[in-house]
Design a protein around this ligand. Structure first.
Ligand code: SF4
Length: 358
């Protein structure tokens, strides 16, 4: 049994313009201790999915169907008290903006201690000791002295580390990180990602990492799901996806990752923007932006299927993609090249993908 199983989840928002289907029939699972990445542009439905797991969708949004099973219990059928008891203790969340997660009028240490007292029932002294330990674990220098600092006395990187310490304070089984390093510069980003990885190993915590940056996923995750307009368009073990992407949208996301030896002045981006979720394009919702789109793409919606067997998923490690290429629905096929340059000490694979066979 997986730690988390999301099945057929649909989340809708009722707006004046119409019903926005932010997440549409989404299914995935996360094993204990696994690091699972969710990637896509803004509007793909990544954050709405994460908020659904903790039942934090607010009006005008509503989860209209599906199941979210955490440790085999359906979160959507729990009472408010039951959900509150797992929030922060069994499932914790780290948001992009550490500043808004920290209350400016309390010291950083008090805020973490408060969470420990509430969830674990520690007394004041025990909670303070545990907080200092945690601040030290996330590499806050002079943790004991910094316990009494206010958030504004911490740098951006230290604030994010403090938020991670708070999230880990109750030893959660699942840590959801929503763009945890987007606001930070690249050096601090690399440090924080390495720390999240180390801590997840140490605490044996599963991670759902949400980002728009496939490079971040490649560094940290075991498996990845690419989302577009509320739906998964590709799922695979991270190495397979990185070296051999099967969906044109994933290929577009990859072309915006800076690579070693890359001499392009400007990074390529996918043309166009995410479609209006009130009125999705018919057929494959990516077709207005897809360089391989054919007439059939605007008529038929592709299913998410195993790229080798043309069948549905049979195991979490299957490589799945939602493109008509894999049901023989394209006449021109997919033609693209994926070049992954690595550091000098490592092998330098150079792969050509035609979307099906290499
Ligand atoms: S189904 Fe068509 S439009 Fe959609 S990703 Fe495949 S080629 Fe592109």
């Amino acid at each position: 049994m997986a730690l988390l199983e999301v099945e057929d989840l649909t989340v809708e928002f009722y707006t004046q313009e119409g019903v926005v289907t932010a997440v549409d029939g989404l299914s995935y699972s996360i094993e204990r201790g696994e690091k699972f990445g969710v990637v896509g542009e803004s509007g793909a439905g990544k954050s709405v999915t994460a908020l659904s797991l903790m039942r934090l969708i607010e009006r005008p949004g509503r989860i209209t169907s599906g199941e979210i099973r955490f440790k085999d219990r359906n979160v959507l059928e729990m009472t408010e008290t039951e959900v509150r008891s797992i929030r922060g203790s069994e499932i914790a969340m780290v948001f992009q903006d550490a500043q808004t997660a920290l209350n400016p009028v309390y010291t950083v240490g008090e805020q973490i201690s408060e969470a420990i007292r509430y969830h674990l029932g520690y007394d004041d002294r025990e909670a303070k000791e545990r907080t200092i330990e945690l601040l030290d674990t996330v590499n806050i220098p002079e943790a004991k002295a910094r316990y009494s600092d206010y958030p504004h006395e911490f740098s951006g990187g230290m604030q994010q580390r403090a938020v991670i310490a708070m999230a880990l304070s109750c030893d959660p089984e699942l840590l959801i990180c929503d763009e945890p390093t987007t606001a930070l510069d690249v050096t601090i980003e690399a440090q924080i990602l390495a720390e999240i990885e180390e801590l997840a190993e140490e605490f044996d915590t599963a991670i759902q990492l949400i980002t728009h940056d496939l490079g971040v996923i490649a560094e940290l995750c075991d498996r990845v799901m690419v989302m577009y307009a509320g739906k998964p368009v590709e799922k695979a073990p991270v190495e397979e996806l990185y070296y051999d992407p099967k969906h044109p949208y994933t290929v577009g996301l990859m072309s915006s990752i800076p690579r070693v030896g890359d001499d392009r002045d400007r990074l390529q981006t996918i043309p166009g923007t995410m479609p209006d979720l009130v009125e999705l394009p018919p057929g494959c919702s990516f077709h207005p932006r897809c360089p391989f789109a054919e007439e059939s793409c605007s008529r038929t919606e592709p299913s998410l299927i195993d790229v080798e067997t043309d069948e549905g998923a049979t195991s979490p490690d299957d490589h799945l993609a939602a493109c008509l290429e894999y049901t023989d629905g394209l006449t021109g096929g997919l033609e693209y090249e994926v070049v992954v340059e690595q550091t000098d000490a490592e092998e330098k694979p150079h792969q050509t993908g035609d979307g099906r066979d290499d």
